[in-house]
Design a binder for this molecule. Structure first.
Ligand SMILES: CC(C)(COP(=O)(O)OP(=O)(O)OC[C@H]1O[C@@H](n2cnc3c(N)ncnc32)[C@H](O)[C@@H]1OP(=O)(O)O)[C@@H](O)C(=O)NCCC(=O)NCCS
Length: 177
Protein backbone atom coordinates (compact mmCIF):
# COMPACT_ATOMS: atom_id res chain seq x y z
CA UNK A 1 0.00 0.00 0.00
CA UNK A 2 1.75 3.18 -1.18
CA UNK A 3 0.67 6.20 0.90
CA UNK A 4 2.14 9.60 0.08
CA UNK A 5 1.40 13.22 0.99
CA UNK A 6 1.53 16.12 -1.44
CA UNK A 7 -0.01 19.60 -1.84
CA UNK A 8 -3.48 19.70 -3.36
CA UNK A 9 -3.82 20.98 -6.93
CA UNK A 10 -6.84 22.45 -8.70
CA UNK A 11 -7.00 19.28 -10.83
CA UNK A 12 -7.88 17.29 -7.64
CA UNK A 13 -11.24 19.06 -7.27
CA UNK A 14 -13.42 16.15 -8.43
CA UNK A 15 -11.74 13.63 -6.12
CA UNK A 16 -11.88 16.19 -3.28
CA UNK A 17 -15.64 16.58 -3.81
CA UNK A 18 -16.16 12.84 -3.58
CA UNK A 19 -15.18 12.71 0.09
CA UNK A 20 -15.72 16.31 1.15
CA UNK A 21 -19.44 16.21 0.32
CA UNK A 22 -20.07 12.96 2.21
CA UNK A 23 -22.08 13.41 5.41
CA UNK A 24 -20.29 10.58 7.27
CA UNK A 25 -16.90 12.16 6.56
CA UNK A 26 -18.16 15.65 7.45
CA UNK A 27 -19.67 14.56 10.76
CA UNK A 28 -16.55 15.28 12.78
CA UNK A 29 -14.55 17.78 10.77
CA UNK A 30 -16.69 20.90 10.97
CA UNK A 31 -16.35 21.87 7.32
CA UNK A 32 -20.12 21.85 7.13
CA UNK A 33 -20.27 25.63 7.51
CA UNK A 34 -18.90 25.78 3.98
CA UNK A 35 -19.57 22.37 2.43
CA UNK A 36 -22.40 19.87 2.73
CA UNK A 37 -23.69 16.97 0.65
CA UNK A 38 -25.85 19.40 -1.39
CA UNK A 39 -23.08 21.88 -2.17
CA UNK A 40 -22.65 22.82 -5.81
CA UNK A 41 -19.35 22.25 -7.60
CA UNK A 42 -18.95 26.05 -7.67
CA UNK A 43 -19.29 26.31 -3.85
CA UNK A 44 -16.82 23.49 -3.30
CA UNK A 45 -14.40 25.04 -5.79
CA UNK A 46 -14.54 28.34 -3.94
CA UNK A 47 -13.82 26.59 -0.61
CA UNK A 48 -11.10 24.52 -2.27
CA UNK A 49 -9.29 27.57 -3.66
CA UNK A 50 -9.53 29.69 -0.50
CA UNK A 51 -9.10 27.11 2.25
CA UNK A 52 -7.22 24.22 0.66
CA UNK A 53 -4.95 25.45 -2.14
CA UNK A 54 -4.12 28.71 -0.33
CA UNK A 55 -3.54 26.96 3.02
CA UNK A 56 0.12 26.88 4.11
CA UNK A 57 0.03 23.23 5.32
CA UNK A 58 -2.82 21.22 3.82
CA UNK A 59 -1.81 17.98 2.10
CA UNK A 60 -3.59 15.42 -0.01
CA UNK A 61 -3.34 11.89 1.38
CA UNK A 62 -2.65 9.80 -1.72
CA UNK A 63 -3.09 6.07 -2.19
CA UNK A 64 -1.17 4.85 -5.24
CA UNK A 65 -0.98 8.53 -6.28
CA UNK A 66 -4.73 9.18 -6.01
CA UNK A 67 -5.90 11.91 -3.57
CA UNK A 68 -8.30 10.18 -1.14
CA UNK A 69 -8.32 12.55 1.84
CA UNK A 70 -6.44 15.30 3.63
CA UNK A 71 -4.24 16.05 6.58
CA UNK A 72 -3.69 19.65 7.65
CA UNK A 73 -1.87 21.60 10.32
CA UNK A 74 -3.28 24.99 11.19
CA UNK A 75 -1.36 27.61 13.12
CA UNK A 76 -3.22 30.30 14.99
CA UNK A 77 -1.03 33.02 16.48
CA UNK A 78 -3.59 33.88 19.20
CA UNK A 79 -3.44 36.95 21.40
CA UNK A 80 0.09 38.50 21.45
CA UNK A 81 1.30 35.48 19.41
CA UNK A 82 1.35 33.28 22.50
CA UNK A 83 -0.15 30.33 20.58
CA UNK A 84 2.29 30.53 17.68
CA UNK A 85 4.24 27.39 18.61
CA UNK A 86 1.11 25.30 18.36
CA UNK A 87 -0.27 23.48 15.30
CA UNK A 88 -3.81 22.14 15.16
CA UNK A 89 -4.03 18.82 13.33
CA UNK A 90 -7.02 17.68 11.29
CA UNK A 91 -7.53 14.85 8.82
CA UNK A 92 -10.14 12.80 6.98
CA UNK A 93 -10.37 10.06 4.39
CA UNK A 94 -12.97 9.10 1.83
CA UNK A 95 -15.47 6.69 3.40
CA UNK A 96 -14.45 3.69 1.30
CA UNK A 97 -10.87 3.90 2.57
CA UNK A 98 -11.59 3.70 6.30
CA UNK A 99 -10.35 0.77 8.37
CA UNK A 100 -7.14 -0.02 6.46
CA UNK A 101 -4.63 1.85 8.63
CA UNK A 102 -4.24 4.64 6.06
CA UNK A 103 -4.95 7.59 8.39
CA UNK A 104 -2.42 6.33 10.92
CA UNK A 105 0.31 6.13 8.27
CA UNK A 106 -0.61 9.55 6.87
CA UNK A 107 -0.68 11.26 10.29
CA UNK A 108 2.72 9.78 11.18
CA UNK A 109 4.15 11.14 7.92
CA UNK A 110 2.46 14.52 8.45
CA UNK A 111 3.65 15.12 12.00
CA UNK A 112 7.23 14.11 11.32
CA UNK A 113 7.52 16.34 8.27
CA UNK A 114 5.69 19.25 9.95
CA UNK A 115 8.13 19.21 12.88
CA UNK A 116 10.98 19.42 10.35
CA UNK A 117 9.44 21.95 7.96
CA UNK A 118 7.43 24.36 10.10
CA UNK A 119 9.49 26.93 11.94
CA UNK A 120 9.07 27.14 15.74
CA UNK A 121 6.47 24.37 15.87
CA UNK A 122 6.77 23.03 19.43
CA UNK A 123 3.45 21.22 19.74
CA UNK A 124 0.90 19.55 17.47
CA UNK A 125 -2.51 19.11 19.01
CA UNK A 126 -5.78 17.52 17.94
CA UNK A 127 -9.28 18.01 19.29
CA UNK A 128 -11.47 14.95 18.86
CA UNK A 129 -15.17 14.60 19.57
CA UNK A 130 -15.54 12.18 22.50
CA UNK A 131 -17.63 9.85 20.35
CA UNK A 132 -15.06 9.70 17.52
CA UNK A 133 -13.30 6.55 18.72
CA UNK A 134 -11.63 5.75 15.38
CA UNK A 135 -9.91 9.14 15.36
CA UNK A 136 -8.78 8.81 18.98
CA UNK A 137 -7.32 5.44 18.11
CA UNK A 138 -5.39 6.94 15.18
CA UNK A 139 -3.80 9.50 17.50
CA UNK A 140 -2.95 6.85 20.09
CA UNK A 141 -1.34 4.66 17.41
CA UNK A 142 0.81 7.62 16.30
CA UNK A 143 1.99 8.33 19.85
CA UNK A 144 -0.10 11.37 20.81
CA UNK A 145 -0.72 11.87 24.52
CA UNK A 146 -4.27 12.38 25.76
CA UNK A 147 -4.32 15.44 28.00
CA UNK A 148 -7.96 15.41 28.98
CA UNK A 149 -11.50 16.26 27.96
CA UNK A 150 -12.54 19.84 27.23
CA UNK A 151 -16.16 20.09 28.28
CA UNK A 152 -18.70 21.95 26.11
CA UNK A 153 -15.75 23.13 24.06
CA UNK A 154 -17.22 23.25 20.54
CA UNK A 155 -20.60 24.63 19.55
CA UNK A 156 -21.86 23.52 16.15
CA UNK A 157 -25.57 23.95 16.91
CA UNK A 158 -26.64 26.99 18.94
CA UNK A 159 -26.76 26.30 22.67
CA UNK A 160 -25.28 22.79 22.45
CA UNK A 161 -21.69 22.39 23.61
CA UNK A 162 -19.73 19.32 22.54
CA UNK A 163 -17.09 17.65 24.69
CA UNK A 164 -13.79 17.00 22.94
CA UNK A 165 -10.65 15.11 23.89
CA UNK A 166 -7.40 16.99 23.56
CA UNK A 167 -4.31 15.12 22.37
CA UNK A 168 -0.81 16.47 21.81
CA UNK A 169 2.54 15.47 20.39
CA UNK A 170 5.82 17.29 21.02
CA UNK A 171 8.93 17.10 18.81
CA UNK A 172 10.64 15.13 21.60
CA UNK A 173 7.86 12.51 21.78
CA UNK A 174 8.38 9.18 20.06
CA UNK A 175 6.35 8.54 16.93
CA UNK A 176 5.32 4.89 17.35
CA UNK A 177 6.37 2.21 14.83
C1 LIG B 1 -10.94 9.02 11.64
C2 LIG B 1 -10.49 8.46 10.30
C3 LIG B 1 -9.52 9.46 9.64
C4 LIG B 1 -9.76 7.13 10.56
O1 LIG B 1 -9.16 6.68 9.36
P1 LIG B 1 -8.72 5.15 9.18
O2 LIG B 1 -7.74 5.10 8.03
O3 LIG B 1 -9.92 4.31 9.12
O4 LIG B 1 -7.92 4.90 10.54
P2 LIG B 1 -6.96 3.66 10.83
O5 LIG B 1 -7.43 2.48 10.03
O6 LIG B 1 -5.54 4.11 10.66
O7 LIG B 1 -7.22 3.42 12.39
C5 LIG B 1 -8.52 3.35 12.90
C6 LIG B 1 -8.51 2.67 14.24
O8 LIG B 1 -9.72 2.94 14.91
C7 LIG B 1 -10.36 1.72 15.26
N1 LIG B 1 -11.78 1.96 15.24
C8 LIG B 1 -12.57 2.19 14.18
N2 LIG B 1 -13.85 2.40 14.58
C9 LIG B 1 -13.83 2.30 15.93
C10 LIG B 1 -14.83 2.41 16.93
N3 LIG B 1 -16.11 2.68 16.63
N4 LIG B 1 -14.49 2.24 18.23
C11 LIG B 1 -13.21 1.98 18.58
N5 LIG B 1 -12.18 1.86 17.65
C12 LIG B 1 -12.52 2.03 16.35
C13 LIG B 1 -9.87 0.72 14.24
O9 LIG B 1 -10.04 -0.60 14.68
C14 LIG B 1 -8.40 1.15 14.13
O10 LIG B 1 -7.67 0.73 15.26
P3 LIG B 1 -6.74 -0.61 15.26
O11 LIG B 1 -5.73 -0.42 14.17
O12 LIG B 1 -6.15 -0.63 16.62
O13 LIG B 1 -7.66 -1.76 14.98
C15 LIG B 1 -11.67 8.21 9.33
O14 LIG B 1 -12.60 7.40 10.01
C16 LIG B 1 -12.37 9.49 8.90
O15 LIG B 1 -12.00 10.09 7.90
N6 LIG B 1 -13.41 9.91 9.67
C17 LIG B 1 -14.16 11.14 9.37
C18 LIG B 1 -13.35 12.39 9.62
C19 LIG B 1 -12.77 12.44 11.02
O16 LIG B 1 -13.37 11.98 11.98
N7 LIG B 1 -11.58 13.04 11.13
C20 LIG B 1 -10.88 13.20 12.39
C21 LIG B 1 -11.37 14.42 13.11
S1 LIG B 1 -10.53 14.63 14.67
Amino acid sequence: MEITLRPYQISDIDEFMQWACNSEVLQYIYMQFWINPNSSREDVLSYFEKRVIAHPWYKAICLQGRAIGFVAIERQPGIHGLDRGRGQLSYALGREYWGRGIATIAVKMAVSSAFQEVQDLVRIQALVDVSNKASERVLQKVGFVKEGVLRNYIMVDDGVGLDVCIYSLLPTDLILK
